[in-house]
Design a protein around this ligand. Structure first.
Ligand SMILES: [Zn+2]
Length: 850
């Protein structure tokens, strides 16, 4: 059996029975140059001995210098790769302490204790990142969420560094070039939200009431950061959340640190939140990016209550952290001044949930997690986007006030404790007066997304509810509908109501004479809507006259779901984009609902006959619109489409002219990010001058971000010998490069244009994938499997190969298997859509095909 670094639910339960009342005293010695650091940890705890099993301490380290139990050096402990076993004979019933002196290596995976050298100024930055199960990469511990502890941290390091932890500094003493910081004792919390970030960061300060606020980022990126905006969002969020939860912020300060080479968007460490540097915008972004960054700030703040103060007992209830943070962040924003349109973007985020919930690997919101590998895979569209959507549905179902009161009760009742599903249901039942058990069974404990369709039988209107393909489940849906009529070219709402849909066919009292009925108006429900042919015709002819932006988004979003479900032709969708995109007045609808989906259709859902045709058509559409010189939001959106569709000689020459400044569009700044995007594309399409292009941009953009983009460009070059070398790099067991650097490179490997050149990488992928999962951390493996799966190759062939590989290898690491099954599902969906296009290529009436 393969030994992997996992903790099972059962092992966690055993340990929970063995010990209680845990305190860690952690001392670390860091310097700028070494690749290793020294540490000393004293764990104080009460031993209960209810099981008489050895006591497991989770710990990955290079070298244990000494291990003492209750003051005595012992040698009869067992050290394995990932943990230490302490014999029962060494422990007392009651209080114990274990002291471990050790030497450890820094990590370069983004997780654990990650060390980063800024190539622009040679400064060193180190951050911790532990969720779900990596705290034991920094210090020996009982690394599970329901063994909450208090921590006392002392760190010695270079005197010009910042030291940022979950609590404030208690004392600081300088000795030569070093200083020693003793932090105040922490509150009680789980190991995965412990944090230490160090380095010569730039810092900005502000406050909210009595809470000191700080923002940090590395020096070389400080010029791009906008702390004023970030503080403003932070304060708006604090103001809403303290009031909404009716519990003051439970910690003493609030720090937000942007850290290099981070794996997630952000991490909610207690009072010491870390963010990806992608949120430091080096160029003008689309509005949706600013909103999404703000959403992440709100999301992490919700976690201070939901997750940090009250924590799920085990990872199967990850939704108790993530679904709430996801939903309440949008909710809080929608009640504020900065981004009151946040729910429109939650609607877009649901696409992640619909996609994932229709894969055969989906799971209920209340998931299962046998071990920490499952825990990792639960950080997905179900725990976040679906959970969030279902909580929005619950709010609409029982009412906003009752929902809020249930939340308040839950947080007060389980203050500093751990919880399971039943605890939440009990609180919601109490405040709503509705038994939540049945509701939970239908929504939280089953998989799948329903589809609703408005229909007419003579004059009787009814709503069909269709189950998910895999589970035949019908649910209770609280929705709002709107009916529309058209008069003299004007479209107006004639009726709007809240109704509950409970069965497969629900008769409804809606006027049968109206031209168009929109189900799930305002998007309170988690459901897909399929339109009838009459409604599709109405949309085709009248979309521009529907003024409400949210309604427009909902219509486009559901058309997209119909394309994915193969109930609407992708060509029809593209025709609609062609018809309306250049008169669309709202840049967010244009970008998210039209052009982004158009680019996905072009990449995945068009047969070869159509692909080139549409690429050219869309290129011309983008060019024509760029010439209109609309504001920068439009210009960025159209530029993205232009770049994506530049495949002909003319297109590539235009890109080069844009790069050289010979072709200029008003209100469009070709900043460094766009320059790199152009150079990647030119490299991939065989530009003979690639070496000069890359050197010029590297000079324009010194530092690690430029290095990473340059690496991606080099990997993009269509040269088999170079590709072989890079593949070697991606698959090597030991790596000097950081995972992030390699991931940038992976993104340049496959290009549709290069599918013949790269055909041998289908076999190579399957040859290497198992070892990647065996030898690399979960983040790297998951990136490898997603980015380097050769989805540009012939889809039928890829499907056969993937199915065969899964069948022939029964011992696949489980996350590897899950990823391959998901790739297989995506291919099957594509094949269905592509086959339906093949059947209609002879149809001369194709343009209006529905
Ligand atoms: Zn979260």
């Amino acid at each position: 059996m393969m030994i992997t670094n996992d903790l099972t639910k059962e092992q966690a339960e055993t340990r929970k029975d063995q010990i209680e009342n845990i305190k860690y005293q952690i001392t670390l010695y860091l310097n700028k140059t070494d690749l290793e650091y020294e540490g000393n940890t004293i764990i104080n705890f009460n031993y209960k001995n209810t099981t008489n099993r050895t006591l497991r301490i989770d710990f990955i380290t290079t070298n244990i210098k000494s291990l003492k139990v209750n003051g005595h050096l012992i040698s009869n402990y067992k050290k394995y790769d990932y943990w230490i076993y302490i014999p029962v004979s060494e422990l007392n019933i009651g209080p114990n302490n274990i002291q471990i002196d050790y030497i450890n290596k820094y990590d370069n995976t983004g997780s654990g204790f990650h060390r980063f050298v800024d190539s622009e100024d040679n400064e060193v930055y180190i951050h911790s990142d532990f969720e779900p199960y990596d705290a034991h990469l920094l210090f020996p511990c009982f690394d599970q969420p329901d063994l909450k502890a208090k921590y006392k941290l002392t760190v010695t390091g270079p005197k010009d560094w910042q030291f940022i932890h979950n609590t404030e500094i208690q004392t600081e003493s300088i000795d030569g070039n070093f200083k020693t910081i003793i932090f105040k004792n922490t509150e009680l919390f789980s190991t995965y939200i412990f944090a230490l970030v160090v380095g010569p960061h730039e810092v900005w300060e502000d406050s909210y009431n009595n809470i000191p606020l700080k923002i940090y980022c590395r020096k070389s990126l400080a010029k791009h950061l906008d702390p004023k905006n970030l503080f403003e969002m932070t304060k708006e969020s604090f103001q809403f959340l303290e009031n909404y939860f009716d519990i003051p912020y439970p910690y003493k300060k609030y720090d937000q640190i942007f850290v290099p080479e981070f794996n997630f968007g952000a991490m909610e460490n207690v009072a010491c939140v870390t963010f990806t540097e992608h949120y430091i915008f080096r160029s003008k972004q689309l509005y949706s990016e600013y909103l999404s960054r703000s959403n992440t700030i709100f999301h992490e703040m919700v976690h201070m209550w939901f997750g940090n103060l009250v924590t799920m007992k085990w990872w199967n209830d990850l939704w108790l952290n993530e679904s709430f943070a996801d939903y309440l962040s949008y909710y809080a924003m929608s009640k504020g001044k900065l981004f009151p349109d946040a729910f429109e973007f939650q609607f877009s985020r649901k696409e992640w949930a619909y996609m994932q919930d229709q894969l055969s690997t989906t799971h209920p919101i209340v998931g299962s997690a046998e071990d920490t590998a499952d825990a990792f895979s639960n950080f997905d569209g179900i725990s976040y986007a679906k959970g969030s959507a279902v909580l929005k549905q619950l709010t609409y179902y029982i009412g906003e006030d009752k929902f809020r009161d249930g939340i308040r009760l839950y947080l007060k009742k389980f203050y500093e404790n751990n919880t399971v599903l039943e605890d939440f249901l009990m609180c919601m039942s109490e405040t709503s007066g509705i038994d939540m058990v049945e509701w939970s069974k239908k929504w939280l404990e089953t998989t799948g997304v329903n589809t609703l369709k408005f229909n007419l039988d003579k004059d009787q209107c009814y709503i069909e509810q269709m189950p998910s393909e895999t589970n035949h489940k019908i649910r209770d849906h609280a929705i709002m509908y709107e009916t529309y009529d058209e008069k003299d070219g004007k479209i107006s709402i004639v009726e709007s109501n809240k109704i509950i849909i409970s069965s497969a066919k629900t008769d409804v009292n809606i006027s049968s004479s109206s031209k168009f009925t929109l189900l799930n108006a305002q998007d309170h429900d988690y459901v897909k809507i399929h339109f009838r042919d009459e409604e599709l015709n109405f949309i085709y002819n009248n979309l521009k006259n529907i003024n409400d932006r949210f309604t427009q988004r909902i219509i486009w979003g559901n058309l997209w779901q119909m394309v994915r479900d193969n109930t609407l032709s992708a060509i029809w969708f593209l025709n609609l984009v062609e018809k309306y995109s250049d008169i669309e007045m709202d840049s967010t609808v244009l970008q998210e609902q039209m052009l982004q989906k158009t680019m996905s259709i072009k990449s995945f859902y068009l047969i070869n006959d159509y692909r080139e045709l549409w690429s050219n058509k869309l290129y011309n559409l983008a060019y024509k619109n760029l010439e209109k010189n609309q504001n920068d939001q439009f210009q960025i959106s159209w530029f993205n489409l232009l770049l994506s569709c530049a495949e002909s000689d003319t297109g590539l020459n235009d890109l080069k002219a844009i790069l050289n400044g010979e072709l200029v569009f008003d209100n469009l700044t070709i900043d460094q990010e766009k320059r790199w995007n152009i150079v990647s594309k030119l490299c991939a399409y065989g530009d003979s001058d690639y070496e000069n292009l890359i050197i010029t941009e590297t000079e324009n953009d010194p530092g690690d971000l430029g290095d990473k983009r340059a690496f991606m460009c080099r990997v993009s070059i269509p040269d088999l010998q170079m590709k072989n070398q890079y593949w070697e790099m991606f698959t090597q067991k030991k790596q000097n490069h950081s995972s992030k650097y390699l991931t940038y490179g992976m993104s340049g490997f496959f290009w549709y244009k290069q599918n013949e050149l790269l055909s041998k990488y289908v076999e190579k992928f399957f040859d290497d994938i198992i070892n990647i999962y065996k030898n690399k951390d979960v983040h790297y493996s998951s990136n490898f499997s997603h980015i380097l799966f050769p989805s540009i190759m012939n889809v039928e062939e890829m499907l056969n190969k993937t199915e065969l590989f899964i069948d022939q290898n029964d011992d696949l690491p489980k996350l590897c298997k899950k990823s391959l099954i998901e790739n297989k599902d995506h291919l099957k969906r594509r094949i269905k859509i592509l086959n339906s296009q093949k059947q209609t290529t002879t149809d001369t009436d194709m343009e209006v095909l529905i």
